[in-house]
Write a protein that binds this ligand. Sequence first.
Ligand code: GLN
Length: 451
Amino acid sequence: DAYLSAIDAANATLNAYVATTPDQARAMAAAADERLAKGEARSLEGIPLGVKDLFATEGVHTQACSHILDGFKPRYESTVTSNLWAEGAVMLGKLNMDEFAMGSSNESSYYGPVINPWRRNGSDLALVPGGSSGGSSAAVAARLCAGATATDTGGSIRQPAAFTATVGIKPTYGRCSRWGVVAYASSLDQAGPVARDVRDAAILLKSMASVDAKDTTSVDLPVPDYEAAVGRSLKGLRIGIPKEYRVDGMPAEIEALWAQGIAWAKEAGAEIVEVSLPHTKYALPAYYIVAMAEASSNLARYDGVRYGLRVPGRDIADMYEQTRAAGFGREVKRRIMIGTYVLSAGYYDAYYLQAQKVRTLIKRDFELAFEAGVDALLTPATPSAAFAINDQTLAADPVAMYLNDVFTVTVNLAGLPAISVPAGLSSEGTPLGLQLIGRPFGEETLFTAAS
Ligand code: GLN
């Protein structure tokens, strides 16, 4: 009830939730009460969570914040949310996000932008909460849920966490099932939690992760007790500092944040080593080619026949066109067009194939660093703090928006786990995050170092 009234009070301003489920929440909470009374509590008994609108929730609003899924209520539940409910968690509602998880500011949602609960010192200017999981990060930061599900294709868990002083972890590709998660770029997408602190993130991920026969890319490895890794000593850990992440034009306060992170790791007993990941500079273009190519294919299914919106036309082809024209927003259309282009005969070799080769080189860069004995890498999470809503430079230049993801996309291309942890404030008093990148299935090391 406290969370539901907090949502009622704050959501008109923050726009973090696109749907609430008070009846379900109360029923789930009552069931949790019974279990608690009987001493049969499971690991998340009664914990109220928000769910990113990308996760299918049975009988409940699931539209990836797109108009094209208008009215869609799935008859099935995603594996990740099923896992959470099976541990006793309570669903508060569905969280706002960039349309189909495409964006870095949560401004491409059909339901309008999410407002970051943080402000700059002495200013009322509305800031973005990051994207695409902006509803998740804003809701956790504003205490409108105890934790939230999110997804990360190129940074959508870590960048919003950095912009709101929350913790977000993108697990190793395959750690969580993608079944029932609306697909953006299937070879990059991973689910993970946004939480108030590292321990909460560890507890949530433990429940979210599982192998799943319905997602053949999910991995059959035991899920470790991540919470036990929180607070362990960093002694003996080797933390790599990739020199290529010192990008041109990096603001001095991001440099300073990174130096502070290095100092903290040293103080805690870690050994700091410089490493080189020479193909880093190709990651952003390779990411945007692979992601858009996969998106153009995944989004072909929205045809007005099977789900959501249908705009009638003269014939079936016209109906497809009318539906897709009305149903997709600007950014999604841009990506479908670019994705289709890079996959088309004549351009496939020059763009898509080339990007796949670059992806292999990026993955190899990380493998070499790990083979040389590095346990984790430390970098800034983002090249800046949260920026203003409706920034005209960013609105006019989509590539400038894509540059936000410069530190986060490498990890998705390589399939690695990475966590963003609050690490300080900008000169304007807004949150900044540090990122730790781990070996495949090295989430425990990340929880240790992040805590
Ligand atoms: N900002 C990146 C993009 O727009 C990443 C989004 C995401 O991780 N879902 O593709």
